[in-house]
Design a binder for this molecule. Structure first.
Ligand code: ADP
Ligand code: MG
Length: 526
């Protein structure tokens, strides 16, 4: 038996038109985006007009034109202010969360705490910029299939919170793409490796085989621990950092060079040029011990740069330590020791850096899988999943995800009552019964919070729901059933029902933007 079958497939099949349903898999990456489908039972990546299947997640805005992909990437040096890259880092977060915005060449605008960027083509927010990337990917699919493709599975980092997931869905909507499912990127990678197939991973213990997916991309680190038990694939823990990726290694190297070469007050163009050079040096060092290059700054100063792998490793040590710490946190979440891991999957372009692999080898004895191109493996997994959702694949798969933070409500005295616990398997519905505190209380305010702390003040407020028209009764008499439901995409809706009158209220949680990484870390503290 293989993976997956959470939900809708039957419904989809019931309404399926005679024409084969197309659902594409999209890896909307921080650095690169890819779109894939299944042909002859194999995942294939779709190519743009220039025959590229790895599309830089870069958008260039000029007065009358929007360029996406490599053409936009090529404008980075000549027009850095209007060439937006790594927009995924800004999705669903607040302005105060951008730590390094001073080093970025964009004209940021802070509007009601949210991020906007002034471009030659007008003011754009991150969702609009992401939607321009998605429109481009959709066009690639339309060209490939010779018809409009509207349905997609889009992958997101497992650690994305509700704001970031919603922002992704909103970006898709703007691009006229219907998101059939958000799929966690590491889960997609594991699907691409076919770890559901028991020939690929043995169920060595009675508790099932375990695999750790380490995905270090351009902007995020995603760690997932998956368990394969009796043919079912379950994500038992997710951890990571939405602000740790290749960009940070580039930036570390950039700062090192600034200091070493006594450079200050670089122009926007020089900053972009040097950051780009750092990225190339870093990539070069994955296959060489030393990387040398020269760089001409706008003040005509010629920089002769030479960086060794050891030097780069030293510069990056803090980031490596941070990544390995998060690996240990994931193991703690899953309540297992490193030796319990049977396989490790490396995902993301940064997983090619030799000292990253070495750092993992120091922790684990497990075999490290990296034979599928780490840039493409997520999109391939998304395409496989999409094919199943479209009803084209008769495999009977079960795929389970987990919620990264506990969800609950505020009770008397500002105490958190957890309703769905952290790392619960998704989709999930949980109910809990509450009652009134005063006689003749006709309203009940339900304050929904996310976090691990017992005190509401130390958790994050997600929203408030007011249940009105409760018939006047003695305190403690009304029976109010609160239901928390998280769908397979990780999106939460909360409803409250007063059972004597059947009066119900529901809200879908649209959390306020601006959960910082530090806040996320704080929320995880018990
Ligand atoms: P994302 O998922 O964020 O779009 P990718 O998985 O495409 O990211 O990874 C992009 C990152 O991988 C960039 O920081 C890039 O510089 C880095 N990268 C790509 N190839 C290599 C390489 N050969 N060595 C080191 N880093 C690499
Ligand atoms: Mg990625």
């Amino acid at each position: 038996m293989a993976l997956l079958q959470i939900s809708e497939p039957d419904e989809i099949l019931a309404h399926a038109p005679l024409q084969k349903k197309i659902i594409v898999g999209i890896d909307l990456g921080t650095t690169n985006s890819l779109i894939a489908t299944i042909e002859d039972d194999k995942p294939v990546l779709l190519k743009d007009n220039n025959n590229n299947d790895i599309i830089p997640s870069v958008v260039h805005y000029s007065k009358n034109d929007i360029l996406v992909g490599m053409e936009a990437y090529n404008k980075k040096l000549s027009d850095p202010t209007n060439t937006i890259s790594s927009v995924k880092r800004f999705m669903g977060i607040g302005f105060s969360d951008i730590k390094d915005y001073k080093s970025l060449p964009y004209q940021f605008i802070q509007k009601d705490g949210l991020i906007e960027i002034n471009t030659n083509c007008g003011i754009k927010n991150p969702i609009e910029i992401a939607s321009d990337i998605l429109k481009h990917l959709k066009q690639i699919a339309n060209n490939h299939f010779n018809r409009e493709v509207t349905d997609a599975i889009i992958t997101v980092p497992a650690y994305f919170n509700e704001s970031q997931r919603l922002a992704t869905i909103q970006a898709a909507k703007l691009a006229n793409i219907n998101v059939m499912r958000l799929l966690n990127e590491p889960t997609a990678a594991a699907i691409a490796y076919g770890l559901d197939n028991q020939n690929n991973i043995q169920e060595q213990t009675k508790d099932g085989a375990k695999c750790l997916v380490f995905d270090l991309g351009g902007g995020t680190l995603d760690i997932s621990i998956l368990r394969l038990y009796q043919g079912v694939f379950e994500v038992i823990a997710v951890n990571g950092d939405t602000m740790l990726g290749g960009d940070d290694f580039d930036y570390g190297l950039y700062c090192y060079i600034l200091e070493k070469e006594h450079l200050n007050a670089l122009t926007n163009e020089d900053t972009a040029l040097l950051l780009n050079t750092c990225k190339k040096i870093k990539e070069d060092l994955s296959s060489k011990n030393k990387s040398c290059c020269t760089l001409l700054l706008s003040n005509k100063r010629l920089l002769n740069l030479s960086i060794t792998q050891d030097e780069f490793k030293n510069i990056s040590q803090k980031l490596i330590d941070k990544a390995i710490n998060l690996v240990h946190n994931a193991l703690t979440d899953a309540n297992i020791l490193p030796d319990a891991i049977d396989k490790i999957i490396l995902v993301g372009g940064m997983s090619r850096v030799p000292f990253i692999k070495h750092a993992l080898q120091e922790v684990f004895n497990a075999e490290i899988l990296n034979h599928i191109d780490p840039d493409k493996v997520v999109a391939m997994g998304a395409a496989i999943q999409a094919d199943i959702l479209a009803g084209n694949n008769k495999n009977d798969w079960l795929l389970l995800d987990v919620t990264p933070l506990s969800l609950g409500i505020e009770t008397m005295g500002g105490i958190t009552q957890k309703i769905i616990h952290r790392n619960s398997t998704l989709p999930i519905i949980k109910t809990q019964q509450f009652t009134t505190f005063y006689d003749n209380q006709t309203k009940l305010l339900i304050h929904i919070v996310q976090g691990e702390h017992d005190l509401v003040a130390k958790c994050r407020s997600l929203g408030r729901l007011v249940l009105e028209d409760i018939p006047p009764m003695k305190a403690g008499e009304p029976r109010i059933v609160v239901t928390f439901q998280i769908d397979a995409d990780g999106l939460l809706s909360v409803s409250a029902l007063e059972t004597t009158t059947n009066k119900a209220t529901t809200i879908a949680i649209k959390p306020s933007f601006g959960l910082t990484e530090d806040e996320m870390t704080a929320l995880l503290k018990l």
